[in-house]
Design a protein around this ligand. Sequence first.
Ligand SMILES: Cc1cc2nc3c(=O)[nH]c(=O)nc-3n(C[C@H](O)[C@H](O)[C@H](O)COP(=O)(O)O)c2cc1C
Length: 324
Amino acid sequence: MMDWTDRHCRYLHRLLSRHTLLYTEMVTAPALVRGGALHLLDFNAEEHPVALQLGGSDPAELAKAAKLGQAAGYDEINLNCGCPSDRVQSGTFGAILMQDPGLVAECVRAMREAVDIEVTVKCRIGVDDQIAEDVLPEFLSRVGAAGCGRFTIHARKAWLQGLSPKENRDIPPLDYGLVQQMRGLFSGLHLSVNGGVTTLDQAEAFLAAGLDGVMIGRSAYHDPASVLIDADRRIFGDTAPGHTAEGAVLAMLPYIEAHLASGGKLAQVTRHMLGLFQGRPGARVWRRMLSEGAHRKGAGTALVEQALAAFEQAQAEAADSDAA
Ligand SMILES: Cc1cc2nc3c(=O)[nH]c(=O)nc-3n(C[C@H](O)[C@H](O)[C@H](O)COP(=O)(O)O)c2cc1C
């Protein structure tokens, strides 16, 4: 998610879940191919499985960008056909591509020819006054025929005029039923649903209803422990114990040390950790200590350890008052 997630966030999320597929934020093909911004591809080996999401609409340029992604070690290349922002529209990529399934098919074909790893697409159910019931099956059919076997469908339209990107994630109504219908029409495609899913209960219900996957965005960011910690057991059937949220904090300490030693700043990592204890007693003191302290000069892992101790103290006090 652009401006929210990055490699530090994915490192944390991978500590919480071994099996969920993680995505980069959208990286534009022009930035990689014309701008040479190869640092945008940096990631840690621990993040696997991880997909590189590309933005673009020029088949040759996307093919080059996909090759760079494959060479960097990504497990999958995903094409963004869902982002509605103005900046993205002016570059003719993102959700506006829902209007041109032929071009998306060309892009997918070019990327498939360029790389051996899987090429997937994230899309909307349509844009503006398109009839989603017509547009979505045509899109899946044409892009699927070009070699995309896996789609993630954000189950709402994007309105390209008049709504901000944020509004476009909330205002157009969700139509899960339509995504479900696509399941019936395209039995050979792997279809994941996205949009408005906040819990693993909801995710399990979609899987039980026949969908192949569920993508969770904002809730996984704001409340990563609730969404990710139980996903390995509940969704992937792996019962091996993983990290608790507290354990993940401790496991982040060497990562943070290495980041600081290479000239990075504490807040670049801890900003993704603020929601780790969401909904639990002590969550507020954890969040406050990190958000107030991480920007201070010289702030390091000691702050994270102090914030964890304060959280644990608040937990103990809450347990005592429950018992009283
Ligand atoms: C700040 C922010 C940035 C986003 N950036 C991207 C992006 O780079 N690529 C993408 O496919 N979706 C992006 N999205 C959309 C999410 O992936 C997701 O489709 C949307 O939030 C709906 O799912 P959710 O209700 O689970 O969050 C972004 C969402 C947010 C909140």
